[in-house]
Design a protein around this ligand. Structure first.
Ligand SMILES: Cc1cc2nc3c(=O)[nH]c(=O)nc-3n(C[C@H](O)[C@H](O)[C@H](O)COP(=O)(O)OP(=O)(O)OC[C@H]3O[C@@H](n4cnc5c(N)ncnc54)[C@H](O)[C@@H]3O)c2cc1C
Length: 311
C-alpha cells in the first residue's frame, strides 16, 4: 500500500518523466531489498530501465535538468542500500543494455548490463580465455569495471581495451584503457559517468583448457565461500598482503550477530542476512569489526562494498 506522500511523489516523477518520451520501463517506490543480493534496502523513488543509449541519454538529461539525484545500479551485488532507500532515479541497465558483439582478433564489445557469468560461459564456448576468473562474480560487466572486480590474481582491468560512458548531462565519452587509472577494486573513471559499453581483448585458447580453469575456480569458491544466505560478497578490501577474512577470524568475530545480520561462520569477510536484517544491523557489525580488528591488529579495514541511500 502506498502512502499519500508516495502517491504525490510518484505523480510528480511520472508526469515529469512522461514528458521526456521515455520508452523503457519505469517503476515507483521500488523496494531495493528485492534488487540487491543482500536482500536489504529501503525504497528507491523511481527505477528506470532505459531501452537503449538514446533512451538513457534522454532520461538522465531530463532527470538531471530537474535536479533529481541519479544513481546507477548494476545487479546490486556489491551494495548496501540504507533503510530509508534512495531518493531520486535509479538507472537499471539490465533490460536495454544486453548486447554482445564478437569482433575480430579475439575482441568482444559488451553492453554494461550483461552479466559477467553469462559472458564467461559464452567465452568458454568460443575458446576465448581471459575472463575465467569472473565465473563466481554475480554482477554486471558495468559494475565489474566500476569496481575493477577481480579474483584469483586477475582483474577486469587486465582485459579491458576501452570503455564507453554517458555522463549525467547526457554527453557521451570514450576512455581508452591508458586513460583509466585502475587500482584494487577501483576504477578512477570521472564521477557521474554511466558505463554503457566495454571493449575486451581476450586470447584464443584450447576450449578444454578454458573449461578446466573455470571448473577449478568454481571448485575453489565452493570450498572457501559456501555461503547460502543473502550477502554482498567481501565486505572489506584485503589490506596489502593480508586477508581481511583472516584478520576478522583471528579477532574472534566469526559468527557474531547483530539484529538480523551475522558475520558469516564460513568466511569472516562476509556478513549474511539471516532473514530480516536491516542496513543498520549490517552497518553496526561493520563498525564493530573495524573497531575490534583495529584494537587487536592495529589495522584499519576499508570497506569494499558501496553503502548508498538515506539514513
Ligand atoms: C557471492 C558474491 C561473490 C562475489 N565475489 C566477488 C569477487 O570474487 N570479486 C569481486 O571483485 N567482487 C565480488 N563480488 C562483488 C560484486 O559482485 C562485484 O563487485 C561486481 O562487480 C558488482 O557488480 P554489480 O553489477 O552488482 O554492481 P552493483 O553492486 O550494482 O554496483 C556497484 C558499484 O558500481 C556502480 N555501477 C554499477 N554499474 C555501473 C555502470 N554501468 N556505470 C557506472 N557505475 C556502475 C554502482 O553505482 C555502485 O557504486 C561478489 C559478490 C557476491 C554477492
Amino acid at each position: 500500500m502506498q502512502d499519500a506522500r508516495c502517491k504525490i511523489k510518484n505523480k510528480t516523477y511520472n508526469l515529469q518523466l512522461a514528458t521526456c518520451n521515455f520508452k523503457g520501463r519505469m517503476l515507483f517506490d521500488v523496494p531495493m531489498k528485492d534488487y540487491t543480493s543482500f536482500k536489504i534496502g529501503g525504497n528507491a523513488d523511481v527505477m528506470v530501465f532505459p531501452k537503449d543509449e538514446s533512451d538513457l541519454i534522454n532520461v538522465i538529461g531530463f532527470a538531471a535538468s530537474k535536479g533529481f539525484h541519479i544513481f546507477v545500479f548494476g545487479r546490486g551485488t556489491n551494495l548496501l542500500v540504507r533503510d530509508n532507500g534512495i531518493k531520486g532515479v535509479v538507472i537499471n541497465l539490465s533490460e536495454g543494455f544486453k548486447n554482445i558483439s564478437w569482433g575480430e582478433n579475439d575482441t568482444v564489445v559488451v553492453d554494461a548490463g550483461v552479466m559477467l557469468i553469462e559472458l564467461v560461459n559464452l567465452c568458454k564456448d568460443r575458446g576465448l580465455s581471459g575472463l575465467e576468473f569472473a565465473i563466481g562474480i554475480p554482477g554486471t560487466i558495468g559494475g565489474a569495471v566500476f569496481m575493477n572486480a577481480g579474483a584469483y590474481g586477475s582483474e577486469i582491468k587486465d582485459i579491458i581495451e576501452k570503455v564507453e560512458a554517458v555522463d549525467i548531462s547526457g554527453k557521451k565519452h570514450s576512455f581508452d584503457k591508458s586513460t583509466l587509472n585502475f587500482s584494487y577494486r577501483k576504477c578512477d573513471i570521472p564521477e557521474n559517468m554511466i558505463i554503457t559499453k566495454v571493449y575486451l581483448k581476450l586470447k584464443k585458447a584450447d576450449m578444454d583448457e578454458v573449461k578446466n580453469k573455470i571448473k577449478e575456480f568454481k571448485d575453489r569458491r565452493k570450498t572457501t565461500q559456501a555461503i547460502n544466505l543473502p550477502n554482498a560478497g567481501s565486505i572489506f578490501k584485503n589490506p596489502t598482503e593480508l586477508s581481511a577474512g583472516k584478520l576478522i577470524e583471528e579477532s574472534g568475530l566469526k559468527g557474531i550477530k547483530f539484529g538480523g545480520a551475522q558475520i558469516s561462520e564460513v568466511h569472516g569477510n562476509y556478513i549474511v542476512n539471516l532473514g530480516n536484517a536491516t542496513a543498520m544491523d549490517v552497518l553496526t557489525l561493520i563498525s564493530m569489526i573495524r573497531d575490534k580488528v583495529f584494537k587487536a591488529k592495529g589495522i584499519l579495514l576499508e570497506t569494499e562494498i558501496k553503502v548508498v541511500g538515506e539514513d
